[in-house]
Design a protein around this ligand. Structure first.
Ligand SMILES: Nc1nc2c(ncn2[C@@H]2O[C@H](COP(=O)(O)OP(=O)(O)OP(=O)(O)O)[C@@H](O)[C@H]2O)c(=O)[nH]1
Ligand code: SF4
Ligand SMILES: [Mg+2]
Length: 427
């Protein structure tokens, strides 16, 4: 359930007389804002707090035109831009019949910097306006990264198309998807957490802490298993078997069959072999990419299929959203590059760290992007990355999914199964 503070903030932006107030009224089905042919009618932001069927509770902002004389320089301009920063979704209303598109360009640049969701609405004042849209997109090339719709803002019959468009493309950052598949009350969940001397003391990593909290909150029992990776991978059979037996003693010895095992992705080489067939398995980075991308795990699963098509000379970007100091068997800098070296000699591996990410000009040159769980960036920023990749047609997968793929089709299927996502049509 949403509390009042969890309303989505939807702002309507654009030039004077582009039809912003008409669009506001179309959404609210009321005369919320004054619509008039006089440019600059909406001199200050009009706010409407409302429950909109389909969208839920929202706060709508109808703003002044960014090209309005008193907005251009002064405090009003800052107020419009502040509203833009407060918006979870910006609706950019464009009259394709206009000449300069500088205000639109400014809005697009700002939302891209902040990772705000943006949807473009072309307001077709004249029948000829549809044919002018390509010229607008030539003037503001970055518009192609965002979904668009064309309609008449003053026509009540367009409301359902507008609502359908918003619902299809907008995932609210305020209504997160559940962190895990439904947690069973009194069910056991094993969290496989390797630690070494360099693992920070005093706390779990963010994905581990989030999963533990989520299970507990939902009346399940999280059970942590500290895995000794070096024993598990030891050349000595007795050490390897000993570590496996220690794990199985836990997995098989609980009062009830575990509902799910969530492992650190870097231990997938071991867990893929050890996990009993009837116990579901996934990884922390898969949990996180699904959560941070607001449920787009299917997109990252499809991206994994590109792995088998890689050729020498292809470029692959490994994107890691944190800048922590890298240790031992780090996935992004050690494990994945080693697996690529063995399987795909000649494929060029490149990295981006933290908030840095390739710009569109660079991004389009990659055959595949492999993203970590992304827990250190906001869902808005993760979604902005996903939108950019989709717009460029660059496939993306994830650390856990890629590591699973290298272990074989069955392992990939196993780590996706708890999410109801299938590794479709591999051959
Ligand atoms: N023909 C036509 N007229 C429209 C359409 N949308 C809006 N208008 C008209 O355009 C004028 C401006 O509309 P508003 O909704 O007030 O535009 P605005 O962007 O809020 O304008 P400001 O508040 O002055 O910045 C009004 O006369 C509307 O009736 C449309 O789709 N077709
Ligand atoms: S940002 Fe990525 S690499 Fe860093 S802890 Fe989160 S999931 Fe792991
Ligand atoms: Mg107005």
């Amino acid at each position: 359930m949403n509390t009042p503070t969890e309303r989505d903030h939807i702002g309507i932006f654009g030039k004077m007389n582009s039809g912003k107030s008409s669009l506001m009224n179309l959404l609210t089905q009321q005369e919320t804002s004054i619509v008039d042919a006089t440019p600059g009618t909406t001199a200050d932001t009009r706010v409407a707090v409302q429950e909109i069927h389909g969208l839920g509770p929202v706060k709508l902002y109808d703003t002044a035109g960014l090209d309005e004389a008193s907005v251009l320089g002064g405090k009003k301009r800052k107020k419009v831009l502040d509203r833009l920063d407060e918006s979870d979704l910006a609706l950019l209303l464009i009259d394709p019949g206009g000449k300069s598109f500088r205000p639109e360009e400014e809005i697009v640049r700002r939302v891209r910097e902040r990772g705000t969701a943006l949807l473009t609405v072309y307001n077709l004042f004249r029948p000829s306006d549809r044919g002018r849209i390509p010229a607008v997109e030539a003037a503001v090339p970055e518009l192609k990264f965002f979904p668009r719709i064309s309609l008449r803002a003053d026509d009540p019959a367009e409301r359902s198309a507008l609502l359908g468009f918003i619902l299809e493309h907008f995932r609210s950052p305020r209504r997160p998807v559940p962190l895990l598949p439904p947690v069973r009350r009194d069910g056991y969940y094993i969290l496989v957490i390797p630690m070494d001397a360099e693992t920070p003391a005093g706390r779990f990593l963010r994905p581990q802490a989030m999963v533990e909290e989520h299970i507990t909150r939902n009346w399940g029992y999280p059970v942590s298993f500290r895995l000794d990776l070096s024993r598990g991978r030891s050349r000595e059979a007795s050490e390897r078997e000993g570590e496996k037996a220690r794990f199985l003693a836990l997995a098989e010895g609980l009062p009830r069959r575990p509902e799910l095992i969530v492992t650190d992705s870097q231990a997938l080489d071991l867990l893929a072999g050890w996990c009993p067939n009837d116990i579901p398995l996934t990884t922390f980075s898969i949990v996180m990419i699904n959560y941070q991308s607001r449920g787009r795990l299917g997109l990252f699963a499809r991206g994994a299929k590109v792995l088998k098509t890689l050729r020498a000379g292809d470029r692959v970007l490994i994107a890691e959203a944190c800048n922590h100091s890298r240790i031992g068997e780090d996935i992004g800098t050690v494990q994945l590059p080693r697996l690529f070296g063995e399987r795909f000699p000649g494929v060029r591996i490149e990295h981006s760290f933290g908030r840095e990410f390739a710009d569109p000009g660079e991004l389009r040159n990659y055959r595949l992007v492999i993203h970590c769980g992304g827990c250190m960036i906001s869902p808005q920023l993760m979604l902005a990355r996903v939108r950019e990749l989709e717009a460029l047609g660059v496939p993306a997968t994830n650390y856990g999914l890629a590591l699973a793929w290298f272990r074989g089709k069955e392992v990939l299927e196993k780590v996706l199964a708890p999410w109801g996502v299938r590794e479709e049509g591999d051959d």
